[in-house]
Write a protein that binds this ligand. Structure first.
Ligand SMILES: NC(=O)C1=CN([C@@H]2O[C@H](COP(=O)(O)OP(=O)(O)OC[C@H]3O[C@@H](n4cnc5c(N)ncnc54)[C@H](O)[C@@H]3O)[C@@H](O)[C@H]2O)C=CC1
Ligand SMILES: O=C(O)C(=O)[C@H](O)COP(=O)(O)O
Length: 373
């Protein structure tokens, strides 16, 4: 059996080698001829899985993406061909939640806010939205969730309208890119909605660039409309509108989900699904491969107040301001955008790090964030 996996997939060889003959490919050089003998195709979001790409893969039996988003895959085509398709929903939800938390602490430090006094509006209450809500809850930060499809499906949580979300201090977007149907998300934040934001409000987009009209945002910001924009994802990646960058508070190269855990969990999820498809017992687990974090334990800082200690801890583990500085320094083309993503430094999730909290008053919050005791 021939298995092709995208080379940016961590531990691809380790997970799949026992299941068949494995070959890594780059999204930059993959062609229909290269994967003509594929039984299995495993990608990340950078490979566009189209009828054209699969046109010679006549014995393809399984396609998987080690990502939460699936907009790069022509799922309808796979269905018409009877080819099973699996994605890795939830693999990087915690990574994105930690990204948003880091954003909150960086902006709180910059603008002298009390982070605990902010209300966060979360659009999309799926894996990422729920993980973010859990993190905010651990810290006692108020949040609201908006998800009309889940609301219609009878989700038991207290889901609110977009109008209520628009009143929040911080709005964080966690929806798939959906072009049509009853709840499309493409340009959900269009010129009209963006114009309703005040100068104090923060808008974070860490889902898909096309959910927020980048041109409209740029036009408004150029005119002095002062909402605070945080972008991890962009229209038309990797060839993004570079003019928008100076108007962002924080900007990164689509790395919100790029913890080692987030990426590798995606590989593990595909492995489990492929084993099931093949009727093979899955015997490998991610914990066999993940390296020990560096450092693997942290002593809580003795800061002037409790919230500073929490802020210091979160930013010690992941400080988005460093990614923002690197991005703004380096990015000047689509190639550079790709380069930054490919060479993204090792980032760990809170769950890889033990915190020695001593008798810190918010110890429970720290463990609820996922740190090890
Ligand atoms: N920047 C990054 O590195 C990452 C980006 N993503 C993006 O974030 C998206 C969300 O990820 P997950 O939470 O794992 O997906 P998910 O499928 O678990 O949740 C998405 C939620 O959005 C809701 N939704 C759909 N249309 C909506 C609308 N019009 N208004 C409000 N809610 C709506 C759905 O009902 C669902 O509950 C992914 O599709 C992906 O595009 C995900 C992980 C990492
Ligand atoms: O899971 C998703 O959806 C994402 O956006 C991933 O974090 C994208 O990562 P790559 O597949 O582009 O490495």
């Amino acid at each position: 059996m021939k298995i092709y996996y995208e080379d940016s997939m961590p531990y691809g060889q380790e997970f799949f080698a026992d299941l068949g003959e494995c070959e890594a490919f780059s999204h930059k050089t993959i062609t229909p001829a290269l994967i003509a003998d594929a039984d299995v195709l495993l990608t990340r979001s950078t490979t566009k899985v189209t009828p054209a790409l699969l046109s010679q893969a006549n014995k393809l039996k399984f396609v998987g993406t080690a990502t939460a988003g699936t907009d790069h895959v022509d799922k309808y085509y796979l269905q018409t061909q009877g080819i099973p398709f699996v994605s890795a929903g939830g693999c990087n939800a915690v990574a994105v939640a930690e990204y948003v938390l880091s954003t909150l602490f960086v902006l709180a430090n910059k603008y002298n806010w009390q982070v605990q006094n902010q209300t966060v509006g979360i659009v999309g209450a799926g894996h990422v939205g729920t993980a973010l809500a859990k993190h905010l809850s651990a810290l006692g930060i108020e949040y609201k969730l908006c998800d009309p499809p889940l609301q219609e499906a009878g989700d038991s949580r207290n889901l609110v309208s977009m109008e209520e979300i628009m009143q929040c201090d911080v709005i964080s977007l966690h929806v798939p890119w959906i072009k049509e149907g009853p709840h499309p998300t493409e340009s959900m934040f269009d010129a009209n909605r963006l114009a309703q934001l005040s100068g104090q409000q923060v808008l974070i987009n860490a889902c898909r660039g096309e959910v927020l009209d980048n041109d409209a945002a740029l036009a408004l910001l150029q005119k002095g409309k002062g909402f605070k924009l945080v972008l991890d994802v962009w229209d038309n990646e990797p060839n993004i509108n570079l003019d928008l960058i100076p108007f962002t508070e924080l900007a990164t190269a689509h790395i919100a989900g790029h913890t080692i855990e987030g990426k590798a969990r995606g590989t593990e999820m595909l492995y489990t699904a492929l084993c099931q498809q093949l009727g093979v017992q899955a015997s490998k687990v991610l914990s066999n491969y993940l390296p020990i974090a560096e450092p693997s334990s942290i002593n809580l800082h003795k800061s002037q107040d409790d919230w500073s200690s929490l802020s210091d801890l979160v930013l010690d583990v992941y400080n988005i301001a460093k990614d923002d500085a690197q991005f703004k320094k380096l990015v000047n083309s689509g190639e550079q955008f790709r380069y930054i993503r490919k060479h993204y430094p090792i980032r760990r999730e809170f769950s890889a790090i033990k915190v020695n909290t001593g008798n810190f008053v918010h110890s429970k919050a720290i463990y609820d964030l996922g740190f090890l005791c």
